[in-house]
Design a protein around this ligand. Structure first.
Ligand code: MN
Length: 231
């Protein structure tokens, strides 16, 4: 096959304990999936799940023990952190039932759904798509993927984010409104999932702004930490 110019490289994420890399297909995100975060955003926390996407090449892939670099993005005065558990899909499907969902999970990672909150809020007000607030370049830092069998009880794990050594977000995956299996059921009713899909499952309360120079350390018990510096 000859192309008019070189095709974009495959985006991939390292896998803990393996020389093989996880090739990324799509990046799905779940909105308002923890009750206390939904409330801080002005909602009740009882709405059905909803989804948006980020471009695959918006990922900042950070190796274990490394510090990812995130340039402070353009057009915003209010860049927010959202620490999230990321589910990596290993086998696809449509209309996957929650009881079968675990069979489709390759593993888990720690991710940040970085958000230009001022732009997102303006789009919400105008009833327009969120893309400019959510799907900008380098908006999705992610750490290495820990395989399902090695990750332990992720559904009960603690999730947290420190900024410059101060705790900003702390909760447990058990507080997801729509748990991992239910999220896969809902998502796969709307899109056919494919191997390589990533699902950012939503953030707990405590979202706030970061500025250039800040060091972010995200953690989910049982997974590799995700360390990112905003520059
Ligand atoms: Mn989010």
């Amino acid at each position: 096959m000859n192309y008019t110019f070189g095709p974009a490289p495959v985006v991939s994420v390292p896998v803990v304990g393996s020389p093989l890399r996880f090739p990324v297909h799509r990046v799905y995100c779940v909105g308002r999936n923890y009750e206390e975060h939904a409330k801080e955003m002005g909602f009740t926390g009882r709405e059905p799940p909803f989804f948006f996407l980020k471009p695959t090449d918006a990922l900042i892939v950070v190796n274990a023990g490394d510090t990812g670099i995130m340039p402070y993005p353009s057009l915003t005065q209010n860049l927010h952190h959202e620490i999230e558990l990321v589910v990596a899909i290993g086998s696809g499907g449509k209309n996957i039932k929650a009881a079968e969902a675990h069979r489709h999970i390759f593993g888990y990672a720690v991710g940040l759904d970085m958000t230009r909150r001022d732009l997102q809020n303006e789009m919400k007000k105008q009833g327009r798509p969120w893309c400019i607030g959510k799907a900008f370049d380098q908006s999705a830092p992610i750490g290495p993927i820990t395989p399902f069998s090695a990750a332990g009880q992720v559904s009960e794990a603690e999730i947290s984010l420190q900024v410059n050594g101060q705790c900003r977000q702390r909760s447990t995956i058990a507080k997801l409104i729509w748990n991992i299996a239910e999220t896969i059921e809902h998502l796969s009713a709307a899109w056919e999932l494919q191997p390589g899909d990533l699902i950012y499952t939503g953030t707990p309360e405590g979202v706030a702004a970061v500025v250039a120079g800040d060091m972010l350390v995200g953690a989910v018990t049982g997974l590799e930490n995700l360390q990112v510096r905003v520059v």
